[in-house]
Design a protein around this ligand. Structure first.
Ligand code: 5RP
Length: 294
């Protein structure tokens, strides 16, 4: 066991200095990957902007039917024209997402939690690599519980999926989970995102926090930010704006899109922030104009 005494606190993130190993590829940390991985990453991160709008609707895997997602078959096809990637379970994808939708696919591969027993830190790998290949997944999402009860088994899950992903050139997205008893500080996210990235995944999904640009600087792969609980639309667009300003490679938004009063218009407004350089205020004005036109 490494001696923890006398460890120095990391502090020199040089957040203003761009990542040094981009080469000529648009995805952070991916320069040295093979063609197959790069092709999948290009299906996720738009080569023109290097960013992505992921639409997460995998909530059913631990929450069952969720407000706004009662009818996946009705809501999802209205949104796919406006997002780059759908993040979902294989059950939702196969039953409710048109295969011709043109979006990249972030396939949820771990499972085992549920709201009923409140055990949200123990999961297993529920989807094997063969099925991820059959579904043409562009990345495989694995929940990780750093600092929680399920840390060891979730790191085991993550390693299994990353190893299989390298075998067949499918990227892995490590999802940093936050629990009731876990702090949402930059200290925690610097630790968790870095651990997950150093395990070898190609994308990290995490949360916005103070000093977010330092979290991004210390993480050698792209960070996409979860939307989290439903906020008023203007605040959700401010969150998206701050993430992009802080160096996020995109957002992976669920409730703030599908629980919006106007989900389609909200997805388009988020897109403006992520891909077109809109400020949060400009994007909110755009959202209101679209919504009032209906
Ligand atoms: C849970 C997830 C979910 O996909 C994600 O949190 C859902 O998005 P949102 O928080 O924006 O509703 O990864 O860990």
């Amino acid at each position: 066991m490494a001696d923890k005494d006398g460890l120095k606190v990391a502090k020199d993130y040089l957040a203003e200095v761009p990542f040094a190993n981009m080469g000529d590829f648009h995805v952070k940390g991916a320069k040295n990957l093979d063609w197959g991985m790069k092709k999948h990453l290009s299906n996720i991160f738009d080569p023109k902007t290097g960013k992505t709008v992921m639409f997460a609707f995998d909530h059913g895997y631990f929450m069952g039917s969720t407000a706004g997602l009662e009818r996946l078959d009705l809501i999802v096809p209205t949104l796919t024209p406006y997002v780059d990637v759908v993040m979902a379970t294989r059950g939702a994808l196969r039953t409710c997402v048109p295969a011709e939708c043109g979006c990249g696919v972030a396939l949820r591969t771990t499972s085992g939690s549920s709201m009923i027993n409140d055990d949200l830190s123990h999961e297993v790998v529920a989807v094997d690599i063969e099925d991820a290949i059959r579904m043409n997944a562009d990345c495989m999402a694995v929940q990780t519980f750093i600092g929680a009860d399920g840390q060891l088994s979730s790191i085991d899950n993550l390693s299994q999926v990353i190893n299989a992903g390298f075998k067949y050139s499918i990227p892995t997205m490590g999802v940093v989970a936050v629990g009731k008893e876990m702090e949402r500080t930059d200290r925690f996210f610097k630790l968790a995102t870095r651990i997950v990235a150093e395990m070898g995944c190609q994308i990290v999904k995490s949360y916005y926090c103070e000093n977010f640009e330092e979290v991004v600087a210390a993480c050698p792969v792209p960070i996409v930010v979860a939307g989290g609980k439903k906020l008023p639309e203007d605040e959700a667009l401010t969150l998206a704006y701050k993430c992009i300003q802080g160096g996020a490679a995109g957002v992976d938004m669920g409730r703030n899109i599908f629980q919006s009063t106007h989900p389609v218009e909200m997805a388009q407004a988020v897109r403006k922030v992520v891909h077109e350089g809109f400020t949060d205020k400009e994007a909110y004005q755009f959202f209101q104009d679209l919504a009032h036109r209906k």
